[in-house]
Design a binder for this molecule. Structure first.
Ligand code: SF4
Length: 341
């Protein structure tokens, strides 16, 4: 048996015994394949978010919209509100676009067809093709890159080494049980071959692992040092009218948090913002800045609050206070700070 075949066999045997039970999965080596709708939805939700964070969202989505036709027929604002807290709202908008395409013409069964869907990148297309259709697609995410770098003692740095890691993963991808193989690698990366301190003592691939043998596994993969994240600044206004209504606006459909409900405020830029209040009032500066970490920048919001009898805002409108969970995280923080200045 070749080394690749041996690695594949050991990996599947380990997966058969230790697969994580996840709400979007079917048990390993079963007669039933996972639902494409479930695989797609979970993979979109999992992009840059943890399994623990995704589980309740996945359950809520699938009980409210049990199949892709139901999701495609949902109102945009209901889906965006249900997505609130998962972050990356462009993904929620693409989710709906994609659901509507698939409801019309069905899920494509090939990796290339899947890749043409809105919001579906190479990793997600490969994951759906392998897990839902059993295609021998090469599934590579950050976890699997780490496993490959260690298994083959690949010391060149990310991101330049990505194509090589994908080739190494391709060399291990079997034609049989490709979906289980991909999920086994995902589980190995998430539970055994974890960042910083891999649990090599319990690893089914230890006998084949060049990084382990060389004693360098924990230091792999290497990465070029990251540039520090820039900080952007913004202003937000929280106003409450005597009847309890609060000033809110729906953000423009494109851009960060597009289409989501939030406080009225400035754009977020690296230079100090200049944004006039939406109406004249006794605005008070909140004692603390509201901070949030986005993927590409840190945000600091200056919050101004006012209690008014009546007002005609130039931006936004007074609305019934929403449930805080229906707001995206940064807006939720500012909104709750406004309520309790
Ligand atoms: Fe990762 Fe260690 Fe297993 Fe190698 S032996 S694949 S480094 S957990």
């Amino acid at each position: 048996m070749t080394q690749s075949a041996e690695i594949g066999e050991k990996l599947l045997a380990w997966y058969d015994a230790s697969a994580r039970a996840l709400p979007w999965r079917v048990p390993p080596n079963g007669a039933r394949r996972a639902e494409p709708y479930h695989v797609w939805l979970s993979e979109i939700m999992l992009q840059q978010t943890t399994v623990a964070a995704v589980k309740p969202y996945f359950k809520a989505f699938t009980s409210r919209w049990p199949d892709i036709d139901a999701l495609a027929a949902a109102a945009d604002e209901d889906v965006l509100a249900a997505w609130a807290g998962l972050g990356y709202y462009a993904r929620a908008r693409n989710l709906l676009k994609c659901a509507r395409v698939v409801a019309e013409s069905g899920f494509p069964e090939t990796e290339a067809g899947l890749l043409a869907l809105p919001g579906v990148g190479p990793y997600t297309a490969a994951a759906i093709a392998a897990i839902a259709y059993g295609a021998p697609a090469v599934v590579v995410d950050g976890n699997i890159e780490r496993v490959m770098a260690r298994l083959f003692d690949e010391r060149a740095a990310l991101p330049a080494v990505k194509p090589k890691l994908k080739l190494l993963a391709a060399g291990l991808t079997p034609t049989r049980r490709a979906g289980d193989h991909a999920q086994a690698l995902m589980d190995l990366g998430a539970t055994i071959c974890i960042p910083k301190a891999p649990r090599c003592a319990g690893c089914p691939l230890q006998a084949h692992c060049a990084g382990f043998k060389a004693g360098v596994a924990a230091a792999l993969p290497k990465r070029l040092p990251k540039k520090p994240k820039p900080t952007r600044l913004g202003i937000a206004y929280f106003a409450r009218r005597e009847d309890g209504h609060v000033l809110l606006e729906t953000r423009p459909p494109k851009g960060l948090l597009g289409g989501m409900l939030g406080l009225v405020g400035s754009e977020w830029r690296e230079e100090a913002p200049d944004f006039a209040p939406p109406f004249a009032a006794h605005w008070q500066r909140h004692p603390e800045e509201i901070t949030h970490v986005f993927t590409h920048f840190n945000l600091k919001l200056m919050l101004y609050t006012a209690e008014v009898r009546a007002a005609n805002p130039q931006t936004g409108s007074f609305q019934t206070p929403p449930a805080p969970d229906d707001l995206p995280s940064i807006m939720r923080k500012a909104y709750l700070a406004g309520y309790a200045p």
